[in-house]
Design a protein around this ligand. Structure first.
Ligand SMILES: *Cc1c(COP(=O)(O)O)cnc(C)c1O
Length: 352
């Protein structure tokens, strides 16, 4: 079944791809080839490719936004490139120059610029990957890799209007453990989270909210989105979010909202939050999840075997909505980008 979050209405999330893809190959002896933009096509890979056996697979997710004048801009691509390299290091994979990563994204967008949607809330989602392609069953880091970037036009995450999601929390599974791969954007983390997400669905929830592996007490994040709470601090709303560590992925949306918040008059506090505190009625005014795909997804309730806790009045909160609108306005070029987050990759062209 499709997600209850009516993921992206008319287009569907990541089901149709543009005409091209960007590709580079790595060999331990010769390093990376140049990036080539080629027609989008299936890959020929040996069944013995190490990715299928030992899971060396990392990815990224970033978006290109149509600007009001028709130009196209990527949002913070160098941050994705840097994170890609941190993920690569953790999985004993080769790094890729930040400029190579961003140039691959830019060249792909340029090649398929007509596929960048211009409707509000729509964008071109870019999915860079790196996988181990060496054909060998030896257990060691592969000597050959494929880097590829594909692009998918996406609509707004909430096709029928932004609504609050319900998250499920359980002690049964963990997503990430200290010393593990939780801070890397690797395919295996997602594989490990799916059973929890299925359990969440079975309990009528949209997503799993993961707790720390050691104490099963501290809230960490969702499977692919960070979690931020709104509390009253010194008489004003403040953003409260768990600090990034070895078990929480360093989300660029999270980081952007924390940087944006002070400009809207909100304090930010990075501190551990216990599940008991989250489930204490009135402890938090609002809660939301954030990530590239959804931007900001309000959280209306937390469900566990013990029952439900409604956050605020259970609907999208005012601070949550304001932050979402402010972030998307910068991404879509409708408000000034004082942070230097937008990177224009295609100029306005009359034939788009
Ligand atoms: C990708 C991801 C996020 C969100 O990161 P963004 O850079 O904001 O898209 C959060 N948590 C996990 C586990 C992720 O994989």
């Amino acid at each position: 079944m499709e997600s209850d979050i009516d993921v992206v209405g008319d287009l569907g999330f990541g089901r149709s791809f543009t005409d091209h893809m960007a590709v580079a190959r790595y060999n331990a002896a010769t390093g990376w080839t140049d990036v080539e933009v080629v027609p989008f096509a299936e890959l020929a890979i040996s069944p013995a490719a190490m990715v299928f056996h030992y899971g060396q697979a990392i990815f990224e997710g970033l978006k290109a936004f149509r600007q009001p004048d028709g130009a196209v801009a990527l949002f913070r691509p160098a941050d994705n490139a840097a994170r890609f390299n941190r993920s690569a290091a953790r999985l004993a994979m080769p790094e890729l120059a930040v400029e190579t990563f961003t140039a691959a994204c830019a060249e792909l967008v340029l090649a398929d610029r007509r596929s960048v949607p211009s409707a509000p809330g729509h964008s071109l989602y870019l999915r860079p990957i790196m996988i181990a392609t060496e054909a060998s069953l030896g257990v060691r880091p592969a000597a050959e890799y494929l880097f590829a970037v594909m692009a998918s036009p996406v609509g707004t995450y909430f096709a029928s209007g932004v609504r609050a999601i319900t998250v499920w929390t359980t002690n049964e599974f963990v997503r990430a453990a200290p010393g593990g791969t939780g801070a890397a954007k690797c395919a295996g983390n997602y594989a490990a989270s799916l059973a929890g997400k299925e359990q969440a669905r079975a309990h009528g929830c949209d997503e799993a909210l993961w707790l720390d592996a050691e104490h099963r007490r501290w809230i960490e994040e969702l499977s692919g989105m960070n979690v931020v709470l709104v509390a009253e601090v010194e008489g004003r709303p403040a953003l409260v979010t768990p600090p990034i560590g070895a078990t929480i992925l360093d989300g660029i949306t999270r980081r952007s909202l924390l940087e944006l918040a002070p400009h809207l008059g909100y304090h930010t506090v990075e501190r551990p939050v216990a599940i008991d505190e989250l489930c204490r009625t009135g402890a938090f005014l609002e809660a939301f999840a954030c990530g590239t795909a959804a931007a900001v997804a309000p959280i209306g309730a937390v469900r566990s075997a013990g029952g439900d806790t409604v956050i605020g009045d259970g609907s999208p909160g005012a601070v949550t909505t304001q932050l979402r609108d402010a972030l998307v306005a910068i991404q879509e070029g409708r408000s000034e980008d004082g942070f230097g987050w937008r990177v224009q990759v295609a100029e306005a062209a009359p034939d788009d």
